[in-house]
Design a binder for this molecule. Structure first.
Ligand SMILES: Cc1cc2nc3c(=O)[nH]c(=O)nc-3n(C[C@H](O)[C@H](O)[C@H](O)COP(=O)(O)O)c2cc1C
Length: 366
């Protein structure tokens, strides 16, 4: 079955991309993922001076289900790539030479200086990558140099920096946005005004994964201390879905969305497509389960398309957006369906008679 989708003029063999991070850490792992069947990859974010990027160990922390032990949340305090830009430029060239039909997106980040952004854009573009993703969203570490989400939190900076890049680039530019903001539409629209043709969302959510009750130290602990880090994995998916739907309903029609956050299987990916994403990216899921998960992603998408009668991936994109409404409208619809009483079932005596867990179950839809 044809799972391809054309986004901003680029044809992706399928909508599944490695998200920027450890899964796209160098050319070898990117090539391995293409061999496994991934449609494309966003490489780990690069900058001009890797010497300024120094990582710490440990830099990850997990939140597990209390019952099964499964990882449901993941915190990282990892920075962008600490590999020299010259090495990256050579590897971008090699990857495009070896895999011309696979899509390679370069994630870039720099300090707030026009020359630096434009120099990096020109250098990377010369290697033949298919598109740029501007990292306006790493929420920790890089922010101490006023980079990442320090830019993504300020719409005016998003617009200005995007326009620096689009002034010298001749390939599509996506902006990757931070969820650590009240209204993700504002900086996204600003990036679009600066010339971005796509929005990637979301990056990680600022978090503290836990506190060690023996040592009293918050985690992950580096020489006894920590910083708040970025939260990802299953637990962030509902927040990502909400932000993606807000973007899909609020951005101009021709702006594409790459959905990210807690995707681990075809079911999760389909939710993002239905809410307006043309492509989806997976990072933590791949770190925990490996690149082989692409098999289930593709099979699940194919099965869904067959079962529901979709002839192309494009037909799925945004299909569920029409079902968002306002609270007032939901009440009107219930009235019309003569079910108003159901909404009133939370009266005082009912709550007093039943166990609260029973009432919770009664009011839950799934
Ligand atoms: C260890 C780690 C490193 C990451 N590094 C980057 C990065 O260099 N650039 C970037 O744009 N996003 C980075 N991210 C964010 C992911 O690309 C993604 O937006 C986020 O983790 C949510 O998706 P997920 O739940 O599938 O991981 C990183 C995430 C993790 C867990």
């Amino acid at each position: 079955m044809d799972l391809s989708i054309t986004v901003n003029g680029i044809t992706f063999p399928n909508p599944f991309l490695l998200g920027s991070g450890p899964p796209g850490t160098n050319a070898r792992v990117i090539a391995k993922s293409y061999d496994a069947g991934w449609g494309g990859a966003v490489a780990k974010t690069v900058s001009l001076e890797s010497a300024k990027v120094v990582n710490v160990v440990p830099r990850y922390g997990k939140l597990r289900s209390r019952t099964s032990g499964e990882v449901i949340g993941f915190e990282n305090i990892e920075l962008i790539s600490d590999r020299p830009i010259d090495v990256w430029l050579q590897e971008f060239r090699q990857v495009k030479k070896d895999y011309p039909k696979h899509i390679l997106i370069a994630s870039i980040m720099e300090e707030y200086e026009k020359n630096r952004w434009q120099e990096l854009t020109r250098m990377v573009q010369d290697t033949g990558v298919d598109a740029f993703e501007l990292n306006f969203s790493c929420p920790h570490g890089m922010t101490e140099r006023r980079m990442g989400s320090e830019m993504g939190e300020h719409p005016d900076l998003c617009e200005e920096v995007t326009s620096w890049v689009t002034e010298v680039s001749n390939i599509p530019v996506w902006a990757k946005m931070t969820p650590n903001i009240t209204n993700i539409k504002e900086p996204s629209l600003a990036a679009v005004r600066g010339g971005a043709v796509g929005i990637s969302a979301i990056n990680t959510i600022l978090s503290v994964i836990g506190v060690d009750l023996n040592t009293l130290r918050p985690m992950p602990t580096v020489e006894g201390h920590t910083v708040p880090g970025g939260y990802s994995s299953q637990a962030v998916r509902p927040i990502a879905l909400r932000m993606v739907s807000q973007l899909a309903l609020g951005l101009p029609q021709d702006v594409s969305i790459s959905g990210i956050g807690g995707i681990e299987n075809s079911h999760d990916a389909l939710e993002f497509l239905l809410l307006g994403s043309s492509t989806v990216q997976l990072c933590t899921g791949v770190m925990l389960h490996g690149v082989k998960m692409i098999d289930e992603l593709k099979q699940g998408l194919e099965k869904f398309m067959t079962d529901k009668g979709f002839n192309s991936v494009q037909e799925i994109v945004g299909k569920s957006l029409g079902y968002f409404s306002t609270h007032m409208d939901l009440v009107q619809k219930m009235k019309a369906a003569k079910r108003t009483k159901a909404g009133e079932a939370s009266r005082d005596n009912e709550w007093a008679q039943k166990d609260i867990t029973e009432k919770t179950a009664e009011l839950t839809s799934n």
